[in-house]
Design a protein around this ligand. Sequence first.
Ligand code: URA
Length: 209
Amino acid sequence: MICPQKNCSLCPRLAEFREQNKIKFPTYYNAPVPSFGDINAKLLVVGMAPGLNGANQTGRPFTNDYAGDILYPALKKFGLAKGDYQKKADDGFELINSRITNAVRCVPPQNKVIAEETNNCRQFLLSEINSMPNLKIILTLGTVAHNTLLSALGYKKSQFPFAHGKKHFLDKHNLLLFNSYHTSRYNINTGVLTNEMFQQVIASIKEEL
Ligand code: URA
């Protein structure tokens, strides 16, 4: 299964938060957010988890999240997306040869996931990867996505330490793995990541595709 069921209860903390949000924000999506983009794509971008008022509201990864304001224009700039990104799942914005998913599919309280939740959810990341017949490149945004991806594929963290801009070769899977700092508001506001730094990573990926 590439996406948890809408009422998934593998993570009690996240299931409880979901029930609270259904009451507090009844118009929101409030369910595990499915991946976005073509299953036949060569590129898979892995984020951390939906934001409360972003992907958890709209039901599409990074959509109406600050992090999407950095991610989506960069993909479009390098020909990996088309249309007008309008922060809504029905804005007609389309990914080209790329797909976006999250290490954890449900919104976590305070935007922080715990180890048990990445462990529970990584089976979906693995089946996502196994369902992409043309997959060549994975981009992990931040260390949560990076470490979850490595454990999903059976590698040790020490084999492929996270470093912004780094390109790793996952020998057993014949896949390239790129790292970027997460496009979060915090990273942008603190200068850890700039638009230019992120676009440089996407440019390097584009060259490999
Ligand atoms: N941040 C993420 O990591 N994923 C989303 O879907 C939204 C924000």
